[in-house]
Design a protein around this ligand. Structure first.
Ligand code: CO8
Length: 261
């Protein structure tokens, strides 16, 4: 096991488990988490004995509750652009990892946290999962590729609904719309996720890796221009009064009052 706080990597046979370990902040993705996650996946890529990776969050409450609102709150235009670029790069490194990556979502996967799960090959959820893209409550929009990957995974209708309402949905609704691939009882969750990982790890690795590459190539060819538009949209919104109001309201634990400016 290696621990470069805030990421823990444990290997068991052909399965590696990568844990985001910031439970007191519901594993929110600050720049340190994103950079360490990115570097750990690059490092893990050198270990050719690994055939499947499980990505999870530490603690009982959350996979990841989003990008770190406190860390981004008072950033200037250059710094927020760097933050979003780092997030997109980290998620892309995971998406392009040579073997399947399973997002093990228990509790909350919100905003950038759901975007992180969407960059993985498979998403499995605990029955207690609550997922959504609540950025519109903060005066912004998804910025780590979520609009595009959600369209690819669930279709444009579900993408519009989740991105426009900011609603959180539970595990069974997420299963119905194809946002998650399987739901497991909380008590069995870790065991079931590991069994799934081992099942895939037992398949012919070259064949599995080829499936991943071929599917991703088709999906990505539609996504690149959309990813750029998403970054432009996020950065424009970040400069608005409503963004200031949305994030201030979150930090002050009150409801936002949006003015449309
Ligand atoms: N960022 C920073 N801190 C967070 C976050 C977050 N996303 N989520 C939770 N926390 C912190 C809380 O502030 C709290 O800290 P403290 O104890 O110091 O007040 C601690 O984690 C525990 O959270 P709560 O007390 O709020 O726990 P509850 O059980 O009451 O509520 C919720 C849990 C519903 C998950 C609630 O915490 C919540 O709504 N969190 C925010 C969810 C959200 O809006 N996520 C989207 C963030 S924006 C985003 O992800 C955009 C990504 C793309 C662009 C990024 C560009 C840089």
């Amino acid at each position: 096991m290696t621990q470069h706080a805030p990421i823990i990597v444990a290997k068991q046979g052909a399965v590696a488990t990568v844990t985001i370990h910031r439970p007191e902040h519901l594993n929110a993705l600050n720049p340190d988490v994103l950079l360490t996650l990115h570097n750990e996946f690059l490092h893990l890529g050198e270990d050719r004995a690994i055939r499947v990776v499980i990505l999870k969050g530490a603690g009982e409450k959350a996979f990841v509750a989003g990008a770190d609102i406190r860390a981004m709150f008072d950033l200037g235009p250059r710094a927020i652009a760097d933050y979003i670029e780092l997030g997109q790069r980290a998620l892309r490194t995971i998406e392009q990892f040579h073997t399947p990556v399973i997002a093990a979502v228990h509790g909350y996967a919100l905003g950038g946290g759901l975007e992180l799960a969407l960059a993985c090959d498979l998403i499995v959820a605990g029955a207690n999962a609550k997922v959504g893209l609540p950025e519109v409550n903060l005066g912004v929009m998804p910025g780590f590729g979520g609009t595009q990957r959600l369209i690819s995974r669930c279709g444009v209708g579900a993408a519009r609904f989740l991105c426009m309402t900011g609603d959180l949905i539970g595990a069974s609704e997420a299963l119905t719309i194809g946002l998650v691939d399987r739901v497991f009882e909380v008590a069995d969750f870790d065991r079931e996720v590991f069994a799934l990982a081992e099942r895939i790890a037992a398949r012919a690795p070259l064949a599995v890796a080829s499936v991943k590459r071929v599917i991703n190539a088709t999906v990505e060819s539609d996504q690149l221009a959309g990813m750029r538009r998403e970054v432009e949209g996020f950065l424009a919104l970040f400069a608005t009064a409503d963004r200031d109001e949305g994030m201030t309201a979150f930090l002050e634990k009150r409801k936002p009052q949006f003015s449309g400016h």
